[in-house]
Ligand binder design. Structure first.
Ligand SMILES: Nc1ncnc2c1ncn2[C@@H]1O[C@H](COP(=O)(O)OP(=O)(O)O)[C@@H](O)[C@H]1O
Ligand SMILES: [Mg+2]
Length: 252
């Protein structure tokens, strides 16, 4: 047999083992469509291997993964059957034969949600807002760069050790401003829970609910975001009025 045979063989074996592990990790949680979507991202060489779960939420799970180039990835997978959502929908369609396709519809609403988050992330990234780099979106799965190290995500602002809160505050404000003025979006769920701190810099994430500045409630959401941030930093000794920060962002 030719040289390198074992390596090749074990390479394949390793790949099979990895696939099995991937299945073990996710098959209890996800339906066949999600598994298919994951395999598509693997075949497209976006994801090489999926490691452990980083965070389990009501509507999504975030996994640490690696690209074939060895880059750390965060893979956010939206659950296609959240309890409340299903309950609401089922109230209206249970037992009605016209709605046999409701499962499909439910999934497609979730796909649209994932796409929305990805597009918002792209807009933010393109104008230089500090966010994870968006890499791919497919069905209910978003792939972006992993913020953190060795599968450990960067601390959230609420838990992070910050040496200079004043500096951090203005960095956060600068990012809100760039989001509003350049990307023309408002995060709309901004707080110390949706900002990580990595290498002394704030990193915004979780853009699912972000809206365009043309949205009728955009300025209301902006005000809420700013109040959350000002409230958090106030507890850390930074005394700045929300109104003056808003004026700074809006440029008036
Ligand atoms: N790009 C990323 N890199 C590292 N960790 C991440 C990344 N995106 C999300 N996380 C982790 O996953 C958690 C949940 O992500 P998030 O987008 O806020 O989901 P949810 O919509 O469920 O709130 C975050 O608090 C963070 O710890
Ligand atoms: Mg969140």
């Amino acid at each position: 047999m030719s040289e390198g045979w074992e390596e090749k063989f074990f390479g394949k074996e390793e790949k099979r083992r990895k696939d099995e592990e991937l299945l073990k990790t996710v098959e209890e949680v996800f339906d066949a469509f999600t598994l298919q979507a994951l395999y598509k991202l693997i075949n497209k060489k976006v994801i090489d291997v999926l490691y452990g779960v980083v965070d389990t939420g009501k509507e999504s799970r975030v996994y640490w993964a690696k690209s074939p180039q060895g880059e750390d990835l965060a893979v956010k997978i939206f659950l296609t059957s959240t309890r409340e959502f299903k309950k609401t929908v089922l109230q209206y369609i249970d037992g009605d034969p016209r709605f046999e396709k409701i499962r499909r519809d439910t999934r497609h609403i979730v796909y649209a949600w994932a796409l929305k988050e990805f597009k918002n992330l792209e807009r933010a990234y393109e104008v230089g807002v500090s966010v994870p780099r968006p890499i791919a979106v497919h069905k209910n799965i978003i792939v972006m760069t992993f913020i953190g190290e060795n599968g450990v995500p960067a601390p959230l602002l609420k838990d992070a050790e910050v040496s200079d809160y004043e500096e951090m505050f203005w960095r956060v404000v600068d990012n809100i401003k760039a989001l509003y003025r350049k990307a023309k979006i408002v995060h709309a769920d901004l707080s110390e829970y949706n900002i990580m701190v990595w290498k002394e810099n704030p990193v915004f994430f979780d853009f699912g609910q972000a809206v365009l500045t043309s949205h009728p409630n955009a300025d209301l959401f902006l005000e809420r975001d700013v109040k959350n941030i000002v409230g958090f930093f106030k507890k850390r000794g930074i005394e700045v009025e929300a109104t003056s920060v808003l004026a700074e962002i809006l440029g008036c």
